[in-house]
Design a protein around this ligand. Structure first.
Ligand code: F6R
Length: 260
């Protein structure tokens, strides 16, 4: 696990975007796993800037999103399809047919989930999976109690997630109760997992994920089992880490470390 702590949200967003940009430069047909929510917005803004100002080319890139609300059509303003179009896809030159967001309105969720997993495999797997973290430690919509071996499926959202996401809906009762989500097992198969977190509200979840036991009670903790998990977190989100100084020290010493 690599824990990169920076002062501000802007810094972590730019640093995380740089990792993705380097991948796309080196592998133009990279497969990106994408997340929604407020946290990756800064990262997406930076990718858009790099596309417009530095010519970062997404024309051969394929994307797979983590999740979607059950019941929301792609044109619903709170759907994750809509979010991705508005906040990333329409501003870069990714080909629409190369973008994949789980369907919230399929009439056969079971078959759709299998198809989604097969599709990821068909493209050779995900190179970098972008992740946020929920206040209860969830990644994607893998709520506490989700199997750490879970695959893409329909999940019932936890009360806390529904409450957290109510801010995006005009009425709390409009927040969907179910979501289709990649599983923890699906996420762990990505080559690199890149989690971004900012703000005090994420401090407990970040500490549990990085320094707590690996447990279904905090599904982000499964990243401890991943060989290339990167955390980009600001000081506020890092404020409850016991080994904060050590993570900072590692980053400070990184440029002089021998290659192995
Ligand atoms: C969304 C997703 C969720 C969010 C998490 C944090 O695609 O996968 O796990 O990353 O709920 O959301 P924000 O960033 O809004 O705090």
């Amino acid at each position: 696990m690599e824990v990169i702590i920076m002062d501000t949200y802007e810094e972590i967003s730019a640093a995380a975007a740089r990792v993705i940009a380097d991948l796309v430069h080196n592998k133009p047909d990279a497969v990106l796993g994408l997340a929604t929510g407020s946290t990756p917005l800064g990262l997406y803004k930076e990718l858009i800037r790099m596309h417009k100002k530095e010519g970062l080319n997404f024309s051969k890139v394929t994307t797979f999103n983590l999740d979607e609300y059950v019941g929301l059509t792609p044109d619903h303003p709170q759907s994750y399809h809509y979010f991705m179009n508005e906040n990333l896809f329409k501003h870069i030159n990714v080909q629409p047919q190369n973008t994949h967001v789980p369907s919230g309105t399929t009439d056969d969720f079971f078959s759709f989930c299998e198809w989604y997993e097969d599709k990821i495999e068909e493209f050779g797997g995900i190179d970098i999976q972008v992740l946020g973290i929920g206040g209860d430690g969830h990644i994607a919509f893998n709520e506490p109690g989700s199997s750490l071996a879970s695959r893409t499926r329909v999940k019932t959202l936890a009360k806390q997630t529904i409450d957290d996401n109510a801010r995006f809906f005009s009425r709390a009762e409009d927040v969907p109760v179910y979501a289709i989500t990649m599983g923890v097992g699906t996420i762990l198969e990505a080559e690199i997992c890149l989690l971004v977190a900012n703000g005090k509200g994420k401090a407990d979840a970040v500490a549990a994920a990085i320094e707590g036991p690996v447990s279904a009670a905090c599904t982000a903790s499964a990243l401890q089992l991943h060989p290339q998990a990167m955390y980009f977190i600001d000081e506020a989100a890092a404020s409850k880490l016991k080994m904060r100084d050590y993570y900072k020290w590692i980053q400070e010493k990184k440029p002089d470390a021998p290659n192995c």
